[in-house]
Design a protein around this ligand. Sequence first.
Ligand code: NAD
Length: 358
Amino acid sequence: MNRLRVGIVGIGVGLLHLEGYQALDNEVDVVAICDLDETRITKIGAEYGVPQRYTDYNKLFTSGEVDAVSICLPNSLHAPASIAALEAGLHVLCEKPIAEKAASAQKIVEAAAKAPGKFMVCYNRRYRPDVAWMKSAVDQGLLGHVYQIKAGWVRETGIPAKTGWFITKAIAGGGPLIDLGVHVLDLALWMLDYPKPLTVSGDVQANFGPSGFKINRKPTDNALPVYGVEDSANAFIRLEGGTLLNLETNWASHTKPGKDDFYVVLIGTKGTIEFYVENYASENTVTFFTEIEGAPTTIYPHIIGQSSDHRYAVAEFVKCIKENLPPTATAEQGLTVMKIIDAIYQSAENSREIVLGE
Ligand SMILES: NC(=O)c1ccc[n+]([C@@H]2O[C@H](COP(=O)([O-])OP(=O)(O)OC[C@H]3O[C@@H](n4cnc5c(N)ncnc54)[C@H](O)[C@@H]3O)[C@@H](O)[C@H]2O)c1
């Protein structure tokens, strides 16, 4: 296959996609970027040598200039943009969450099933070497039956309020649950090859955001819209096969200053793996507790990663296209995560457990 021609839509985190593609020097050309902010695309286009710049993503998709696109837009635009790109015959790498609600994710699943192009969700944490090590340990049976998973992402001060859409329910779909929870929910489910979620019980709260407390702002930032999402969420999920999943996620809490940590703990009949990432660390993240010859044994595997997980995700997407492999993070998996998230909000609203598929 010739060099892949890629376009990037949304140049916030889209910049990490751009750098990831450009790092794959011999295989990919980033030929177009698209954003409503013309000043930004002019600057980034010049700096990174991207020749084509668009403000209308539909024009980019039908231009004939690209084979694949990264969709890095606010959450409620993921479905319309991904579907339009798929219908134009393009391959799509869509940022997480796949959509702002399960109904929109369902539409992507349907479009992806009909389209010639590949669709992949950008669950970038999956491709870290430490996560790959854990997955391999689970697949080899080193943990036995994994009967409980604890997953979370917790921050001291990390309400993403620079542009305002993150705290607007209709655009974002929710707060830290949909922003950070999706990552660790995906990791937890993927470790067990996506068992079916059976029941969900959850609660969401907004203790800081509405008063503006713990929101990092610069005096030059635009005024914010009304705070319309949660800033903390907790859930208890029963999975097919008898595994319990505990989830906690928040954007703000009184804890260690600067804390921004995520974790997945897999607790099994033969061993436990604790994966704990402190402030985006890429080393010393995994501890394996087991028993050898009757003695409790703790193992600290030495796994070295790199700082940007987006490099791995972009490389994986390109590999799937070039080698005609099935996408590793599918639209169906993105939908499953969104069904759980929708159910957590529903459970919180109605103060009761939700049976999925009810
Ligand atoms: N995988 C990760 O680790 C990760 C990290 C950050 C963000 N994200 C996801 O990436 C997406 C974007 O987040 P962000 O932090 O980059 O947000 P952002 O607000 O910084 O950037 C979004 C960009 O999209 C542009 N945009 C908005 N509407 C547009 C339109 N109709 N056409 C063209 N451009 C448009 C905006 O001008 C902005 O530059 C979100 O879904 C977020 O959840 C993922």
